[in-house]
Design a binder for this molecule. Structure first.
Ligand code: FMN
Length: 396
Protein backbone atom coordinates (compact mmCIF):
# COMPACT_ATOMS: atom_id res chain seq x y z
CA UNK A 1 0.00 0.00 0.00
CA UNK A 2 2.66 2.48 1.06
CA UNK A 3 4.66 1.74 -2.13
CA UNK A 4 2.25 3.26 -4.60
CA UNK A 5 2.93 6.94 -3.84
CA UNK A 6 6.73 6.34 -3.96
CA UNK A 7 6.52 4.59 -7.31
CA UNK A 8 4.34 7.34 -8.59
CA UNK A 9 6.72 9.96 -7.28
CA UNK A 10 9.76 8.17 -8.77
CA UNK A 11 7.95 7.82 -12.07
CA UNK A 12 7.00 11.47 -11.94
CA UNK A 13 10.62 12.46 -11.29
CA UNK A 14 11.79 10.24 -14.14
CA UNK A 15 9.32 11.81 -16.53
CA UNK A 16 10.22 15.21 -15.15
CA UNK A 17 13.95 14.77 -15.72
CA UNK A 18 13.20 13.31 -19.15
CA UNK A 19 11.26 16.42 -20.05
CA UNK A 20 14.05 18.59 -18.63
CA UNK A 21 16.59 16.72 -20.74
CA UNK A 22 14.51 17.00 -23.89
CA UNK A 23 13.79 20.66 -23.20
CA UNK A 24 17.48 21.29 -22.47
CA UNK A 25 18.49 19.55 -25.68
CA UNK A 26 15.84 21.55 -27.54
CA UNK A 27 17.16 24.79 -26.11
CA UNK A 28 20.72 23.85 -27.01
CA UNK A 29 19.61 22.85 -30.50
CA UNK A 30 17.85 26.18 -30.96
CA UNK A 31 20.80 28.12 -29.53
CA UNK A 32 23.04 26.33 -32.00
CA UNK A 33 20.65 26.85 -34.93
CA UNK A 34 20.45 30.56 -34.14
CA UNK A 35 24.22 30.93 -33.80
CA UNK A 36 23.77 32.23 -30.24
CA UNK A 37 27.27 31.29 -29.06
CA UNK A 38 29.09 31.49 -32.38
CA UNK A 39 30.96 34.30 -34.06
CA UNK A 40 29.48 34.75 -37.54
CA UNK A 41 31.35 32.50 -39.97
CA UNK A 42 30.90 30.89 -43.38
CA UNK A 43 30.81 31.94 -47.01
CA UNK A 44 28.89 35.15 -46.26
CA UNK A 45 31.91 36.44 -44.34
CA UNK A 46 34.65 35.05 -46.63
CA UNK A 47 34.98 38.29 -48.70
CA UNK A 48 36.65 39.94 -45.68
CA UNK A 49 39.63 37.59 -46.03
CA UNK A 50 39.43 37.28 -49.85
CA UNK A 51 39.78 40.99 -50.55
CA UNK A 52 43.45 40.74 -51.55
CA UNK A 53 43.57 37.04 -52.48
CA UNK A 54 46.36 36.01 -54.92
CA UNK A 55 43.78 34.81 -57.47
CA UNK A 56 42.58 38.41 -57.97
CA UNK A 57 45.98 40.11 -57.70
CA UNK A 58 46.89 42.47 -60.54
CA UNK A 59 43.50 42.03 -62.23
CA UNK A 60 40.47 44.36 -62.17
CA UNK A 61 38.73 41.77 -59.98
CA UNK A 62 41.04 42.84 -57.12
CA UNK A 63 39.36 46.24 -57.32
CA UNK A 64 35.92 44.65 -57.13
CA UNK A 65 37.01 42.49 -54.15
CA UNK A 66 37.94 45.71 -52.31
CA UNK A 67 34.82 47.56 -53.51
CA UNK A 68 32.35 45.07 -52.05
CA UNK A 69 33.71 45.66 -48.52
CA UNK A 70 32.58 49.29 -48.61
CA UNK A 71 30.11 50.96 -46.28
CA UNK A 72 26.62 50.89 -47.82
CA UNK A 73 23.08 51.61 -46.63
CA UNK A 74 21.45 48.78 -44.63
CA UNK A 75 24.06 46.47 -46.16
CA UNK A 76 21.92 46.32 -49.31
CA UNK A 77 25.11 46.11 -51.45
CA UNK A 78 23.30 47.86 -54.32
CA UNK A 79 26.02 47.17 -56.88
CA UNK A 80 26.83 45.21 -60.00
CA UNK A 81 30.24 45.41 -61.69
CA UNK A 82 30.85 45.04 -65.41
CA UNK A 83 34.52 44.26 -65.86
CA UNK A 84 36.92 44.34 -68.84
CA UNK A 85 40.73 44.58 -68.87
CA UNK A 86 40.65 48.35 -69.26
CA UNK A 87 37.61 49.46 -67.26
CA UNK A 88 35.08 48.62 -64.59
CA UNK A 89 31.52 49.90 -64.79
CA UNK A 90 29.82 50.28 -61.41
CA UNK A 91 26.07 49.89 -61.85
CA UNK A 92 23.37 50.80 -59.34
CA UNK A 93 21.23 47.70 -58.88
CA UNK A 94 18.02 49.61 -58.24
CA UNK A 95 16.15 46.45 -57.22
CA UNK A 96 18.18 46.48 -54.00
CA UNK A 97 16.50 49.69 -52.80
CA UNK A 98 15.23 50.80 -49.40
CA UNK A 99 11.81 52.04 -50.53
CA UNK A 100 10.52 54.98 -48.52
CA UNK A 101 13.73 54.94 -46.44
CA UNK A 102 15.66 56.15 -49.48
CA UNK A 103 13.05 57.32 -52.00
CA UNK A 104 15.54 59.08 -54.29
CA UNK A 105 18.29 56.41 -54.13
CA UNK A 106 20.52 59.07 -52.54
CA UNK A 107 21.88 56.69 -49.92
CA UNK A 108 22.23 54.00 -52.57
CA UNK A 109 24.52 56.38 -54.50
CA UNK A 110 26.48 57.28 -51.36
CA UNK A 111 27.11 53.55 -50.91
CA UNK A 112 28.19 53.20 -54.54
CA UNK A 113 30.60 56.11 -53.99
CA UNK A 114 32.01 54.23 -50.98
CA UNK A 115 32.67 51.20 -53.21
CA UNK A 116 34.35 53.43 -55.81
CA UNK A 117 36.71 54.79 -53.14
CA UNK A 118 37.80 51.31 -52.04
CA UNK A 119 38.34 50.37 -55.71
CA UNK A 120 40.49 53.43 -56.37
CA UNK A 121 42.57 52.61 -53.28
CA UNK A 122 43.06 49.05 -54.58
CA UNK A 123 44.20 50.24 -58.03
CA UNK A 124 47.84 51.15 -57.27
CA UNK A 125 48.78 48.01 -55.32
CA UNK A 126 47.42 45.97 -58.23
CA UNK A 127 49.41 47.84 -60.87
CA UNK A 128 46.68 50.17 -62.17
CA UNK A 129 45.97 53.86 -62.37
CA UNK A 130 42.20 54.42 -62.13
CA UNK A 131 40.44 57.45 -63.59
CA UNK A 132 36.97 57.93 -62.15
CA UNK A 133 34.07 59.08 -64.30
CA UNK A 134 30.71 59.59 -62.55
CA UNK A 135 27.45 59.28 -64.50
CA UNK A 136 25.89 62.74 -64.84
CA UNK A 137 22.36 63.79 -64.03
CA UNK A 138 19.95 64.01 -61.15
CA UNK A 139 18.78 61.30 -58.77
CA UNK A 140 15.29 62.73 -59.25
CA UNK A 141 15.32 61.38 -62.82
CA UNK A 142 15.89 57.72 -61.95
CA UNK A 143 12.40 56.34 -62.27
CA UNK A 144 12.38 52.52 -62.08
CA UNK A 145 13.36 50.23 -59.26
CA UNK A 146 13.80 47.13 -61.36
CA UNK A 147 17.07 47.35 -63.24
CA UNK A 148 20.68 48.38 -63.42
CA UNK A 149 21.74 51.97 -64.00
CA UNK A 150 25.32 53.01 -64.75
CA UNK A 151 26.67 55.07 -61.83
CA UNK A 152 30.42 55.29 -62.43
CA UNK A 153 33.23 54.00 -64.62
CA UNK A 154 36.80 53.36 -63.60
CA UNK A 155 39.11 53.70 -66.61
CA UNK A 156 42.15 51.55 -65.94
CA UNK A 157 45.71 51.87 -67.25
CA UNK A 158 48.76 49.85 -66.21
CA UNK A 159 50.91 52.02 -63.96
CA UNK A 160 53.27 51.95 -61.02
CA UNK A 161 52.33 54.19 -58.13
CA UNK A 162 52.63 54.29 -54.35
CA UNK A 163 49.89 52.59 -52.33
CA UNK A 164 47.76 54.91 -50.20
CA UNK A 165 48.09 53.89 -46.51
CA UNK A 166 44.27 53.81 -46.26
CA UNK A 167 44.31 50.71 -48.49
CA UNK A 168 45.44 48.55 -45.54
CA UNK A 169 42.42 49.72 -43.50
CA UNK A 170 39.84 48.33 -45.97
CA UNK A 171 39.21 45.07 -44.04
CA UNK A 172 39.49 46.81 -40.64
CA UNK A 173 36.62 49.23 -41.28
CA UNK A 174 33.32 48.22 -39.70
CA UNK A 175 30.30 50.18 -38.52
CA UNK A 176 30.47 50.29 -34.71
CA UNK A 177 26.98 50.65 -33.17
CA UNK A 178 28.18 50.04 -29.59
CA UNK A 179 28.43 52.83 -27.02
CA UNK A 180 31.69 54.77 -27.31
CA UNK A 181 34.20 55.44 -24.54
CA UNK A 182 32.98 58.59 -22.79
CA UNK A 183 36.28 58.91 -20.89
CA UNK A 184 38.26 59.41 -24.12
CA UNK A 185 37.71 62.67 -25.94
CA UNK A 186 38.31 62.79 -29.67
CA UNK A 187 39.69 65.92 -31.28
CA UNK A 188 38.26 66.99 -34.62
CA UNK A 189 41.77 67.25 -36.06
CA UNK A 190 41.89 63.43 -36.15
CA UNK A 191 40.21 63.89 -39.54
CA UNK A 192 42.17 66.90 -40.72
CA UNK A 193 43.50 66.93 -44.26
CA UNK A 194 41.32 64.22 -45.79
CA UNK A 195 40.94 65.27 -49.40
CA UNK A 196 37.53 65.89 -50.97
CA UNK A 197 35.97 67.63 -53.95
CA UNK A 198 35.15 71.36 -53.80
CA UNK A 199 31.42 70.65 -53.73
CA UNK A 200 31.72 68.63 -50.50
CA UNK A 201 31.87 70.09 -47.00
CA UNK A 202 32.47 68.49 -43.60
CA UNK A 203 31.31 69.76 -40.22
CA UNK A 204 32.56 68.16 -37.00
CA UNK A 205 30.96 69.05 -33.67
CA UNK A 206 32.77 68.16 -30.42
CA UNK A 207 30.83 70.16 -27.90
CA UNK A 208 28.70 73.26 -27.63
CA UNK A 209 25.27 74.27 -28.84
CA UNK A 210 25.59 72.99 -32.43
CA UNK A 211 26.60 69.54 -31.16
CA UNK A 212 23.62 69.46 -28.79
CA UNK A 213 21.27 70.51 -31.59
CA UNK A 214 22.60 67.89 -33.98
CA UNK A 215 22.25 65.22 -31.29
CA UNK A 216 18.67 66.32 -30.70
CA UNK A 217 17.98 66.36 -34.47
CA UNK A 218 19.23 62.77 -34.76
CA UNK A 219 17.03 61.58 -31.88
CA UNK A 220 13.97 63.49 -33.13
CA UNK A 221 14.38 62.21 -36.70
CA UNK A 222 14.70 58.64 -35.40
CA UNK A 223 11.41 59.03 -33.51
CA UNK A 224 9.75 60.41 -36.64
CA UNK A 225 10.95 57.42 -38.66
CA UNK A 226 9.72 54.97 -36.01
CA UNK A 227 6.28 56.60 -36.21
CA UNK A 228 6.22 56.11 -40.01
CA UNK A 229 4.90 52.60 -40.59
CA UNK A 230 5.93 52.45 -44.24
CA UNK A 231 9.50 53.50 -43.50
CA UNK A 232 10.05 50.93 -40.78
CA UNK A 233 8.50 48.15 -42.88
CA UNK A 234 10.81 49.02 -45.79
CA UNK A 235 13.76 49.08 -43.43
CA UNK A 236 12.70 45.81 -41.77
CA UNK A 237 12.75 44.09 -45.15
CA UNK A 238 16.58 44.16 -44.89
CA UNK A 239 16.76 42.74 -41.35
CA UNK A 240 18.08 39.17 -41.36
CA UNK A 241 16.67 36.61 -38.98
CA UNK A 242 19.38 34.15 -37.98
CA UNK A 243 22.35 32.41 -39.62
CA UNK A 244 20.37 30.56 -42.31
CA UNK A 245 18.92 33.76 -43.72
CA UNK A 246 22.33 35.45 -43.58
CA UNK A 247 23.97 32.50 -45.37
CA UNK A 248 21.28 32.64 -48.07
CA UNK A 249 21.17 36.42 -48.64
CA UNK A 250 24.74 37.44 -47.67
CA UNK A 251 23.44 40.96 -47.18
CA UNK A 252 21.22 43.01 -44.90
CA UNK A 253 21.44 43.84 -41.21
CA UNK A 254 22.12 41.19 -38.58
CA UNK A 255 21.87 41.26 -34.78
CA UNK A 256 25.60 40.56 -34.50
CA UNK A 257 26.39 44.10 -35.62
CA UNK A 258 23.53 45.83 -33.78
CA UNK A 259 25.78 47.03 -30.93
CA UNK A 260 24.08 45.04 -28.16
CA UNK A 261 25.80 43.99 -24.90
CA UNK A 262 26.86 40.29 -25.10
CA UNK A 263 24.12 38.86 -22.82
CA UNK A 264 21.38 40.81 -24.58
CA UNK A 265 22.79 39.82 -27.97
CA UNK A 266 22.65 36.13 -26.99
CA UNK A 267 19.03 36.49 -25.77
CA UNK A 268 17.97 38.45 -28.87
CA UNK A 269 19.52 35.85 -31.19
CA UNK A 270 17.84 33.03 -29.30
CA UNK A 271 14.34 34.49 -29.34
CA UNK A 272 12.08 34.86 -32.40
CA UNK A 273 12.77 38.00 -34.46
CA UNK A 274 10.95 41.13 -33.31
CA UNK A 275 8.35 42.75 -35.58
CA UNK A 276 9.37 46.00 -37.31
CA UNK A 277 7.69 48.24 -34.74
CA UNK A 278 9.51 46.74 -31.77
CA UNK A 279 12.94 46.38 -33.38
CA UNK A 280 12.81 49.99 -34.58
CA UNK A 281 11.53 51.13 -31.17
CA UNK A 282 14.62 49.50 -29.63
CA UNK A 283 16.77 51.28 -32.23
CA UNK A 284 15.26 54.64 -31.21
CA UNK A 285 16.04 53.86 -27.54
CA UNK A 286 19.62 52.96 -28.45
CA UNK A 287 19.99 56.17 -30.48
CA UNK A 288 18.74 58.31 -27.58
CA UNK A 289 20.52 56.47 -24.74
CA UNK A 290 23.77 55.27 -26.36
CA UNK A 291 24.59 56.42 -29.84
CA UNK A 292 24.20 60.16 -29.36
CA UNK A 293 25.16 60.68 -25.69
CA UNK A 294 28.35 58.56 -25.76
CA UNK A 295 29.73 60.10 -28.98
CA UNK A 296 32.57 62.60 -28.44
CA UNK A 297 32.18 63.78 -32.03
CA UNK A 298 29.19 64.16 -34.35
CA UNK A 299 29.63 65.00 -38.01
CA UNK A 300 27.77 66.16 -41.09
CA UNK A 301 28.79 65.84 -44.74
CA UNK A 302 27.09 68.26 -47.12
CA UNK A 303 27.01 68.82 -50.87
CA UNK A 304 25.77 71.75 -52.94
CA UNK A 305 22.90 69.63 -54.25
CA UNK A 306 22.11 66.37 -52.47
CA UNK A 307 20.15 65.02 -55.47
CA UNK A 308 22.96 65.53 -57.98
CA UNK A 309 24.29 62.06 -58.85
CA UNK A 310 28.02 62.93 -59.11
CA UNK A 311 27.83 64.88 -55.84
CA UNK A 312 26.11 61.99 -54.04
CA UNK A 313 28.79 59.59 -55.34
CA UNK A 314 31.57 62.02 -54.34
CA UNK A 315 30.08 62.37 -50.84
CA UNK A 316 30.13 58.56 -50.56
CA UNK A 317 33.79 58.47 -51.59
CA UNK A 318 34.55 61.04 -48.90
CA UNK A 319 32.65 59.14 -46.17
CA UNK A 320 34.54 55.98 -47.05
CA UNK A 321 37.88 57.82 -46.76
CA UNK A 322 36.85 59.29 -43.41
CA UNK A 323 35.76 55.90 -42.11
CA UNK A 324 38.96 54.22 -43.33
CA UNK A 325 41.02 56.95 -41.74
CA UNK A 326 39.12 56.32 -38.47
CA UNK A 327 39.74 52.57 -38.76
CA UNK A 328 43.46 53.17 -39.35
CA UNK A 329 43.60 55.25 -36.13
CA UNK A 330 41.55 52.87 -33.97
CA UNK A 331 38.58 55.26 -34.03
CA UNK A 332 35.05 53.82 -34.25
CA UNK A 333 32.51 55.38 -36.59
CA UNK A 334 28.80 54.98 -37.25
CA UNK A 335 26.47 56.70 -39.73
CA UNK A 336 23.39 58.22 -38.04
CA UNK A 337 21.72 59.39 -41.18
CA UNK A 338 18.17 59.70 -39.84
CA UNK A 339 17.95 63.54 -40.04
CA UNK A 340 18.64 63.38 -43.78
CA UNK A 341 16.35 60.39 -44.34
CA UNK A 342 13.47 62.49 -42.95
CA UNK A 343 14.39 65.31 -45.38
CA UNK A 344 13.89 62.87 -48.29
CA UNK A 345 10.68 61.51 -46.79
CA UNK A 346 9.12 64.96 -46.28
CA UNK A 347 9.98 65.81 -49.87
CA UNK A 348 8.47 62.55 -51.12
CA UNK A 349 5.23 63.19 -49.23
CA UNK A 350 5.11 66.88 -50.21
CA UNK A 351 5.23 67.89 -46.55
CA UNK A 352 6.69 71.06 -45.07
CA UNK A 353 10.51 70.80 -45.12
CA UNK A 354 10.95 70.83 -41.33
CA UNK A 355 13.91 68.46 -41.38
CA UNK A 356 15.75 70.66 -43.88
CA UNK A 357 15.23 73.67 -41.62
CA UNK A 358 16.33 71.64 -38.56
CA UNK A 359 19.76 70.96 -40.11
CA UNK A 360 20.11 74.42 -41.69
CA UNK A 361 19.73 75.90 -38.19
CA UNK A 362 22.77 73.84 -37.15
CA UNK A 363 25.06 74.54 -40.10
CA UNK A 364 23.89 78.14 -40.48
CA UNK A 365 24.51 77.95 -44.22
CA UNK A 366 21.66 76.99 -46.54
CA UNK A 367 23.95 76.93 -49.57
CA UNK A 368 25.18 73.54 -48.32
CA UNK A 369 22.79 70.58 -48.23
CA UNK A 370 23.65 67.94 -45.60
CA UNK A 371 23.53 64.41 -47.03
CA UNK A 372 25.16 62.28 -44.33
CA UNK A 373 25.37 62.38 -40.52
CA UNK A 374 27.61 60.25 -38.32
CA UNK A 375 29.34 59.85 -34.98
CA UNK A 376 32.92 59.00 -34.06
CA UNK A 377 34.66 57.95 -30.84
CA UNK A 378 36.78 55.29 -29.23
CA UNK A 379 35.43 51.72 -29.00
CA UNK A 380 34.21 49.95 -25.88
CA UNK A 381 33.65 46.52 -27.48
CA UNK A 382 34.98 44.44 -30.34
CA UNK A 383 32.98 44.90 -33.53
CA UNK A 384 31.79 42.07 -35.73
CA UNK A 385 31.88 42.01 -39.51
CA UNK A 386 28.79 42.16 -41.70
CA UNK A 387 27.95 39.69 -44.47
CA UNK A 388 28.89 40.25 -48.10
CA UNK A 389 28.04 38.68 -51.45
CA UNK A 390 31.29 37.55 -53.03
CA UNK A 391 32.93 38.82 -56.22
CA UNK A 392 31.43 36.04 -58.38
CA UNK A 393 27.91 37.08 -57.33
CA UNK A 394 28.22 40.73 -58.31
CA UNK A 395 30.32 40.66 -61.48
CA UNK A 396 28.71 40.35 -64.90
C1 FMN B 1 24.55 56.10 -47.06
C2 FMN B 1 24.68 55.26 -45.84
C3 FMN B 1 23.77 55.43 -44.80
C4 FMN B 1 23.87 54.67 -43.65
N1 FMN B 1 23.00 54.90 -42.62
C5 FMN B 1 23.13 54.21 -41.47
C6 FMN B 1 22.32 54.53 -40.35
O1 FMN B 1 21.53 55.48 -40.38
N2 FMN B 1 22.46 53.78 -39.22
C7 FMN B 1 23.38 52.76 -39.14
O2 FMN B 1 23.44 52.09 -38.10
N3 FMN B 1 24.19 52.46 -40.18
C8 FMN B 1 24.09 53.15 -41.34
N4 FMN B 1 24.94 52.90 -42.37
C9 FMN B 1 25.98 51.85 -42.23
C10 FMN B 1 25.58 50.59 -42.95
O3 FMN B 1 24.46 49.98 -42.35
C11 FMN B 1 26.78 49.64 -43.00
O4 FMN B 1 27.79 50.25 -43.75
C12 FMN B 1 26.42 48.30 -43.62
O5 FMN B 1 25.51 47.61 -42.80
C13 FMN B 1 27.65 47.42 -43.81
O6 FMN B 1 28.32 47.22 -42.60
P1 FMN B 1 29.83 47.66 -42.40
O7 FMN B 1 29.90 49.15 -42.53
O8 FMN B 1 30.18 47.22 -41.00
O9 FMN B 1 30.66 46.97 -43.43
C14 FMN B 1 24.89 53.67 -43.54
C15 FMN B 1 25.81 53.53 -44.57
C16 FMN B 1 25.72 54.32 -45.71
C17 FMN B 1 26.75 54.19 -46.80
Amino acid sequence: MSKTPNVTRRRFLEIGSGITLVAGAGLLWRANERGVFAEPTGEAYAPWSMWNAPEYANTPLALVAAGILASNPHNTQPWIFRVTDSRVNILADTRRHLGTFDPYLREMHLGLGCAVENMVLAAAPNGFAADVEFAPGSLLDIAGRDGQVLAATLHLAHATAATDPLHAAIPQRHTDRNPYDTARPLAADAFAGIAHEDDIRLWLFGEGEARERLGTAIVEATNEIVADKEMIEDSHHWFRDGPHEIAREKSGLALDTAGLPPALLAAAKFLPALPAERSHGAWADQTRDNHVPTAPLLGLIATRNRYDRPQALAAGRFWQRLHLSGAAQGISMHPLNQPVETIDRERQLGREAKSEARLAAITGDESWQPTFAFRAGYPTRAVRTSARRGVAEVVV
